[in-house]
Every structure is written in structure tokens, then in C-alpha cells.
Write a protein of this length. Structure first.
Lengths: 328, 294, 338
């Protein structure tokens, strides 16, 4: 029986480009539990990264929040992150409760600072430690994380891409946050290193028993790591549920195609792509945003937007076709 | 037919920059006005402006003599417009030579890479480090008797080619990194066609900027040399005006301020306008900054 | 400090460049002198005779010999070259033609401290203040102060030092007579008293201001502001914001610390122009440095001195650039390691 840790209500936000507005996150309501790994899947441009930034509360122009709440359970009370002022977020929430692993880690470390100073900075900022104490703690910590201690004295450019990413993850987990947001942590890394990183993330989650939200377009990673998955398309969540359930029984046409895109050993069937392109979010399609590309689309799909309806225990889907079937 | 299309293209691009970038607009307008004075108005001079004692000396600005007269009996206004023309001719000469040499060398360095690049860059850096003025002084003082507008322009170009060369090399390198050159080459396009179609459009914009900057640098250098007495002293350039006014006749100390102020203000206007044009162009070429420039 | 292979390669390369630059410059000067039309030597001697600088026949012969050596009419080209180089590298430029028989190097040495003093003070101040202001303006891009300074900088940037010098003269010696028009000092005194120092500063004020205003609010402000604006969008700055690092700390450790490197490099590349500009400013103010010496030498056709100042200037700028090159690895860890 897991506790709820994050509740997103009717979150709506996007980017201002000149006089246009990109509706990147459109009315998302989601529940995330404690001690679970939630995956957010979808193609590039579907709004996954934007959603993560909004959950974290990193709202910087041209990103704006139009509506909604991001409620985080802290000390048995619910706190709406979006309502706090930035000072509050910086001091109390960021890195302590929630931490963020960015998409491209090649250049996220300060080129003129040694790794140990990166750690010291966080420790002095959030725990008030002096430099020497911080260095010691960092040493201990790296041992725990099974990272070589020589890394501490190095500058970022001296480390390989994979090592840099592991340092970034180590920095994110330093203060043992309750919620970890990982945005495509393994893109641009080769497969072997990917595996090491994912193992690291998973093991940490198991140890700390916190929540990991993992954003990636790679369905294979979702299959390996996540307990539940939410599928996003064009700023909307179109299906969400337990990972096994979704992989065994994908309901939404889009989800079906995503899962079929995974290669199974021995299978020689031709992979199917989807016709068309992801929609322009400054002028999103009416009704169901997927309808222009959906093989099952009917008239109602272009008129009315489908909402998430319970298909079975812990399996929700937003699709008119499926909803008909369920009602029957 | 293609040429007309090309011209039309250029006109469209110009209009686009002119309308969207205020810096370019202001700079362009000022520079056009200066060009007007320098090349059109100057041909209406009543007498040869460099002839001494055509007018009474040291007259303050008045209706008859819009900018007054000098201690050598010349009209400041007519001298000024003639000087603009001469200074600009020298500067264009320098820009033609230096920016094209820089373009050529920069492209070779960027495209060939390796040893060729390293050697070229080392030579370029040598010319950047060596202070230009002392060497130019030595050069010009030795060649004093042969000096004319074009030779002076050419001499100044000796130190003006390194910066464009580095610049163009930088552009070519960043284009190479972007990979589409490799794609073109892999798809079988002959080398020169690659240069023409893929690289040139980007490079030309920066070449124009380099050209503008070189004009600026050259006017500045010539004026500097003139102040030292190392220019065409019997002719009229902006620097030479300042030379006679300030260095030889102490015009300011004697209260004949209009003689000094006119060329100085004109120089400032030329520099500022050219710089604004240059910045406007570079904002246009850098899409990230395009919106900010408006 | 562990020394990496990359660092050794870097130092070797910069050293080679330093020597190469001086070598090229001096060789160019060697050939330039031979460009002089006609028989320059007899011309010069005639000139000096008419000016009355020399009249002792023995001195004239000595001069003729040294001039022959200098202008390369003695021995094979290669021999001339070797002799030339040998002399130049010990700063033997021969006698000053207008102040015969004082060696040119002596005249130069008298002027050198003035130029170095003015140059180093103004360059250091401009670089530091300009970079700081530019970083602040870039960081707080939308503030009024940033926009105003940016407007000022746009006008000042393309103005050469000497034009600013003329403007300064017009404003502060003619319009509002506050400062002297020329010279370095107007008190004769053996001892260094407060009065002497004040007088020195008073004379140096306008030349220094010309250089500082253009340098600070022009060059360094513009470049560091642009750099800062670009650095602001770097991943590591965004990530620092996300971690909750304070604005103050981001400005110091992430932005300023990271724009130092390209700005030091830029300083190295700008030294040549800064030097040239300073020389001209000295001429305009008749400030007793190398610039003023050049002016007199040009007027008096003192080729030895001109050549001396040219050679020395090149060596000085190349050396300063080299020193900067050596300092650079101290601030850029990417060059220090690997």
C-alpha cells in the first residue's frame, strides 16, 4: 500500500514564442506514489521535458504556467510547488526534496571547477558544511556510489561522457531527495554505459525507497526499469498504468505502435511507422490530438477530446474507440 | 537572367535587414549621407579645395563659409567633403585587398585543415601580434616619395588581412562541424560546387562584415599616420586635415576650433555609422540575436 | 601542480611562436630598410650636415660607416643580415641621426618608462573594470543600467584612442580648461615630492582618460557583455540555477570565472592595437613617451631612431603577449591538464 507523494492537477503550460503560444503541457492530471519508478514515454516534442521542468518548478521565460497545481507531500502536508516563491523553492525544495537530472550532461558541469568543488558547493549551500568537511563527505559518498575517488580532483573535461553522467547523478542523489526527476539520462551514451547508469539509478531508488520519474522515449528502458508508465502525446497523457499491464495489453493505438517498435529477438516482422508528423502545438488538432494520424479515427475523434477512463485496475486510457469498448 | 535574380535576391535581403534592424538602419543612413557629401557634393567645389589662400584666413563659420576657413586660407567645408572622398578611396582600396586576401586564406585554412591550417594561422597570428603602427611608420616614411592614395591603401592592408582571415576560418570550421559539408561530399558533389553552394551563402555575409570593418580600420589607420605627418600632406584626407590643424597650426590653442572639430566629428560619424552597419549585419546573421536587434 | 603533456606542448608552441614573431618582424624591418629609394646614406649625411648636427669629419666617417652597415651596402646580404640581427638583439640601433652622436637606444630608454607606465596602468584598469561592467551588464541584461551602458558603448567602441584624445583636448583644455595640453611634467625637481606626483598625475590625466574611456566602455565592456550573454545560456549555468546556486555565486563562479579565459586571449591579441593607439595618443598630447619620440624622429628623418622604436615596440608587444600566454594555463584547466 503505497503512499501518494506527488499530485499534479490540471497542469497547463507552455512556451511563448513571439506572439504565439506553444501548448506543451495541456491539462495533465497525474498521481505519483512513493517508492515507485514512474516512466514517462513519448516521442520528441510531446512535452515530457516541459512537464518535468514544471514539476520541478523551474519556470523560466519563455516557459509559463497557465493553470494547475503541482502538489508535493512534504512532512504530511501537501505543498503546491508552483505557489511558492522562487526563494522558497531554492532553499527548501530544490535538491533537498526533489532533484533533477538534466537531459544532456556533457556540458552541465562548470569547466573551471573541480568535481570535489561541485560537491562542496551543494553541501555548503544546503548543509552549511565547510570545504574540508564537504570534501570528506564527498569521498565517503563516492565510495558508496562505487565511483573512483580520483574523480574528485579532476576537472569535468578530463572525464569521459559516461563518467560525467554518473557524477551528475551522484550530485543529484547527494541529499537523498524524495523525488528524482531524470530527463533522458542515457541519451547519447553507448549501450554498456547506459546500462551502468540505469542500474545505478535503480539501485539507489531501491535503497532510498523514494520516487524516480524517468523520462525517455526508449521503450526498452521503460520495460526494464519502471513500475508504472505514462504515455504522453502532444502535451496530453493518453494512457497510464502498470508497466507489465501496458506492455501486455496496450490499449491506445499510439501505445500499441510504440510497443510494437521494440525489437524482439527472433522476430522478423516489418516494423510499422506512423504516418504524418507530431502536431504543431501552436495550433493543436481539435478533439483528440492523435486523430490525424490514428488508423482507428472516426468522426467523434475530431470533435471531442477523450478523457482518461479506467480500463482495468491501474490502467487508464484516453481514447474514444477504447472507451466505447469498455462501456459495452 | 540569373544575374537579375541574384540582384533581386540581394535587394530582398537588404530590405529585410534594413527594416528589421534599427542599428543597421541608422548606420546605413548616416553612411549614405556621408557618401553623398564625399562623392557628389565634393564635385561641386568652386575651386580646388587644396589650394592655399583662396579665402581669407581663420574665418569662423558663417553663411558664406559654412564651416569657416583655415589658417592656410582654405574653406573648411570644401576641404572636408574632398577629404571624405579621399579617405574613403584609401579605405576602399584597403578593404578590397585585405578582406579578399583574408577570405581566400581563411577559407583555405578552414577547408584544408591540418598542417596548412596551422602554418597559415601562425603567420596570421604573427601579423596580429606585431604592432601595426610602428612598422607602417617605417614603411611609409621610407616610401614617402612614391605615396599616392592607392599605395597608401595597399600598405595599410598589410596589417588588415589577419582579422578577416581568422574570422572566415572560424566560420568555415563551424560549418564543417555542422556536418552538412561532409554529407555533400559523400553524396558525390565536386569540391568546388560544395564551396559555392554550401559554404558561400554563409561566408558572404561575414565577408561583407569584414569588408565594412576593414574600411573602418583603414580610415582609422590612415588618420593615425596622417597625424604623424605620414600621409599625403599636400592632399586632402580627414587625417591630413587634423594634422595641419592640430599638429602644425595649433588651431585649438588659437581658438580656430572649427578647423579641428569638423574632421574629428566627421571621423566619429563615419566610425559610428560603419560600426552600426557591421553590428546590424552580424545580428542579422546570428538568428539568436535577430529578434533582439529589432 | 602536476605537469601534463598537453601543457608542455602548449608552452613549447607558444615559445616557438614568440621567437618566430620577433624573427619575422626583425627580418621584415631588415628588408624594409633596403626599400629606401636612392642612396639613402648620402641623403642622410647631407641632411645632417645641413641641419648642423655633425661637422667633425671623423665623426662623419664613423657615421657613414655605421650607416653603410645599417642600410646594408657592406658585405653580402647574408653577412648584412647576420650583423643586423646581432646588433638589433642587443638593441644597438646606431646613433640618433638628429641627436648625433647620442645612441638611439639612449633616447628610447629615456622615453620608455613614460610609455610603459601609461600603457600598463590604463590597460590593466580598462581590462578589469571593462570586463566587470560588461559582465554585470550582460548578467542583468534587461536592467536600465545595462541598456544605457550598452548605448554608450556602441558609440565609443569604434572610436580610436587618438580621436578620443582630440575630443578630450577640445573639451578639457579648450572648452573647460582643466588640464594641460601637453607634456608629462611641468615641475623641475630632483626629489619625489607629493607636488611632483600630483603634477605627474595631472599631466597624465587626459591621455590616460582617453585610453581608459575607450578601453573600458568600448572594447572590454562590449566583448564581455556579449560573452556573458552567451555564457548565461550555457548548460552549466542553467544546471547551477536548477541546483539552487545563488545569483551572486553564479555571477562569480560560473560566469565571470568562465569569461576570463577568452578575455585573456583577447587581451593578447589586442596588445598590438592598444600599443599603437597609445603611441598616437602620446603624440597628440606631446606626452614624453615613445610616441612623441617617434613624432620627432619622423620630422627629423632620424631613421635610426624610427627603426629602434619599431624594433623595440615589436619586441615589447611580443614579449607581453608571450607572458600572457604563459599565464593563461593558470586560469584555464583545460590547457593545464591534457
Amino acid at each position: 500500500m503505497s503512499e501518494k507523494t506527488l499530485l499534479i492537477e490540471n497542469l497547463k503550460g507552455g512556451y511563448l514564442l513571439g506572439n504565439k503560444y506553444v501548448d506543451a503541457v495541456s491539462n495533465i492530471t497525474m498521481l505519483v506514489k512513493d517508492n515507485e519508478v514512474l516512466g514517462i514515454a513519448g516521442e520528441s516534442g510531446c512535452g515530457k521535458s516541459t512537464l518535468i521542468k514544471m514539476i520541478y518548478g523551474y519556470i523560466k521565460y519563455p516557459l509559463i504556467v497557465k493553470n494547475g497545481k503541482v502538489n508535493l507531500k512534504m512532512n504530511n502536508t501537501w505543498v503546491n510547488i508552483l505557489k511558492l516563491n522562487e526563494e522558497d523553492r531554492r532553499k527548501n525544495i530544490w535538491w533537498k526534496y526533489i532533484s533533477y537530472i538534466p537531459q544532456n550532461s556533457l556540458n552541465v558541469l562548470n569547466p573551471t571547477s573541480r568535481i570535489k568543488d561541485h560537491f562542496a558547493e551543494i553541501l555548503s549551500l544546503h548543509r552549511g558544511l565547510k570545504k574540508e568537511e564537504a570534501y570528506e563527505l564527498a569521498s565517503e559518498y563516492l565510495k558508496e556510489m562505487e565511483l573512483p575517488i580520483e574523480v574528485l580532483n579532476a576537472y569535468p573535461h578530463q572525464l569521459s561522457g559516461g563518467m560525467r553522467q554518473r557524477v551528475v547523478i551522484a550530485l543529484a542523489l547527494l541529499l537523498k531527495p524524495r523525488l528524482i526527476l531524470a530527463d533522458e539520462p542515457t541519451t547519447a551514451l553507448d549501450v554498456i554505459i547506459q546500462r551502468g547508469i540505469l542500474t545505478l539509478l535503480l539501485e539507489t531508488q531501491r535503497k532510498l525507497k523514494n520516487t524516480l520519474i524517468l523520462v525517455t522515449h526508449d521503450m526498452g528502458i521503460h520495460a526494464m526499469l519502471t513500475d508504472r508508465i505514462a504515455i504522453m502525446y502532444a502535451g496530453k497523457i493518453i494512457e497510464v498504468g502498470g508497466t507489465k499491464e501496458i506492455f501486455n495489453n496496450p490499449l491506445h493505438p499510439y501505445t500499441k505502435i510504440l510497443i510494437e517498435s521494440l525489437v524482439k529477438i527472433g522476430e522478423k516482422k516489418l516494423r510499422r511507422g506512423i504516418k504524418g508528423m507530431p502536431p504543431d502545438l501552436t495550433a493543436p488538432p481539435s478533439g483528440c490530438r492523435f486523430h490525424p494520424r490514428c488508423p482507428l479515427a472516426t468522426e467523434i475523434c475530431s470533435l471531442k477530446e477523450p478523457y482518461l477512463i479506467k480500463a482495468s485496475n491501474d490502467h487508464f486510457v484516453a481514447c474514444h474507440k477504447i472507451n466505447e469498448g469498455i462501456k459495452l | 537572367m540569373r544575374k537579375i535574380l541574384l540582384l533581386k535576391n540581394i535587394y530582398e535581403i537588404f530590405k529585410s535587414i534594413y527594416l528589421t534592424n534599427i542599428k543597421f538602419r541608422i548606420g546605413f543612413i548616416i553612411f549614405i549621407i556621408i557618401l553623398f557629401f564625399g562623392f557628389i557634393v565634393s564635385s561641386f567645389a568652386p575651386v580646388d579645395p587644396t589650394r592655399w589662400y583662396t579665402f581669407p584666413k581663420d574665418l569662423p563659420p558663417s553663411f558664406e563659409h559654412p564651416l569657416g576657413t583655415t589658417t592656410m586660407g582654405r574653406s573648411v567645408f570644401w576641404m572636408l567633403v574632398e577629404s571624405i572622398k579621399k579617405s574613403l578611396i584609401i579605405a576602399f582600396t584597403t578593404a578590397m585587398i585585405a578582406s579578399h586576401v583574408g577570405l581566400f586564406l581563411g577559407m583555405i585554412a578552414g577547408l584544408k585543415g591540418g598542417v596548412v591550417d596551422k602554418v597559415l594561422m601562425m603567420i596570421t597570428d604573427v601579423f596580429i601580434v606585431i604592432p601595426s603602427l610602428p612598422v607602417l611608420i617605417l614603411l611609409v616614411s621610407l616610401l614617402k616619395d612614391y605615396l599616392n592614395l592607392y599605395l597608401l591603401g595597399a600598405l595599410i592592408s598589410i596589417f588588415s588581412w589577419p582579422w578577416p582571415s581568422r574570422q572566415i576560418r572560424g566560420i568555415v570550421l563551424s560549418l564543417r562541424e555542422r556536418g552538412f559539408m561532409k554529407t555533400a561530399s559523400l553524396s558525390g558533389m565536386p569540391f568546388f560546387r560544395i564551396i559555392l553552394l554550401e559554404i558561400m551563402p554563409f561566408v558572404l555575409g561575414w565577408h561583407l562584415i569584414n569588408f565594412t570593418n576593414t574600411i573602418l580600420y583603414s580610415i582609422s589607420s590612415e588618420a593615425g599616420l596622417a597625424i604623424l605627418g605620414l600621409s599625403l600632406l599636400s592632399d586632402a584626407t580627414l587625417g591630413v586635415m587634423i594634422y595641419w590643424a592640430h599638429m602644425q597650426w595649433y588651431a585649438l590653442m588659437r581658438g580656430i576650433w572649427w578647423w579641428v572639430v569638423s574632421p574629428v566629428v566627421t571621423l566619429i560619424l563615419i566610425f559610428t555609422s560603419l560600426y552600426l552597419i557591421s553590428i546590424g549585419l552580424s545580428e542579422y546573421l546570428n538568428p539568436r540575436l535577430r529578434q533582439r536587434g529589432a | 601542480m602536476r605537469v601534463s603533456l598537453g601543457l608542455i606542448k602548449y608552452i613549447a608552441l607558444r615559445t616557438f611562436f614568440y621567437i618566430f614573431t620577433i624573427f619575422v618582424a626583425l627580418t621584415v624591418i631588415f628588408f624594409l630598410i633596403r626599400l629606401a629609394p636612392g642612396n639613402p646614406i648620402e641623403n642622410i649625411i647631407e641632411l645632417m650636415l645641413s641641419q648642423g648636427s655633425v661637422y667633425d669629419p671623423e665623426a662623419i666617417n664613423m657615421l657613414r660607416n655605421s650607416l653603410y652597415e645599417m642600410f646594408g651596402l657592406k658585405g653580402s646580404l647574408f653577412e648584412q643580415y647576420i650583423n643586423f640581427m646581432r646588433r638589433l638583439l642587443v638593441f644597438d640601433f646606431g646613433p640618433s641621426l638628429s641627436n648625433f652622436p647620442t645612441p638611439a637606444i639612449e633616447l628610447i630608454m629615456m622615453r620608455l618608462p613614460w610609455t610603459i607606465g601609461l600603457l600598463s596602468m590604463t590597460t590593466i584598469i580598462s581590462w578589469m573594470v571593462g570586463n566587470l561592467l560588461g559582465a554585470l551588464a550582460g548578467f542583468f541584461e534587461r536592467s536600465k543600467f545595462s541598456k544605457i551602458l550598452q548605448g554608450i558603448a556602441l558609440t565609443l567602441y569604434p572610436i580610436p584612442y587618438y580621436v578620443m584624445a582630440l575630443v578630450m583636448i577640445f573639451l578639457f583644455t579648450y572648452l573647460i580648461p582643466l588640464f594641460p595640453l601637453s607634456g608629462g611634467i611641468s615641475i623641475l625637481s630632483e626629489k619625489i615630492t607629493l607636488e611632483v606626483i600630483t603634477n605627474l598625475i595631472w599631466h597624465a590625466m587626459l591621455p590616460a582618460l582617453s585610453l581608459i574611456i575607450i578601453g573600458t566602455l568600448g572594447w572590454w565592456f562590449m566583448s564581455s557583455r556579449t560573452l556573458t550573454i552567451n555564457t548565461k545560456t550555457e548548460d552549466y549555468v542553467t544546471y547551477a540555477e536548477i541546483r539552487g546556486v545563488s545569483e551572486n555565486r553564479i555571477l562569480r563562479k560560473y560566469i565571470i570565472r568562465n569569461i576570463l579565459m577568452p578575455q585573456v586571449t583577447a587581451l593578447g591579441l589586442a596588445l598590438g592595437s592598444i600599443f599603437s593607439g597609445a603611441l598616437l595618443t602620446e603624440v597628440i598630447f606631446a606626452y614624453p613617451g615613445l610616441g612623441d619620440l617617434l613624432w620627432r624622429a619622423i620630422n627629423a628623418r632620424d631613421y635610426n631612431t624610427i627603426m629602434g622604436v619599431t624594433s623595440l615596440s615589436t619586441i615589447a608587444v611580443a614579449t607581453a603577449t608571450y607572458i600572457l600566454d604563459l599565464i593563461y594555463p593558470l586560469i584555464d584547466p583545460r590547457v593545464r591538464y591534457k
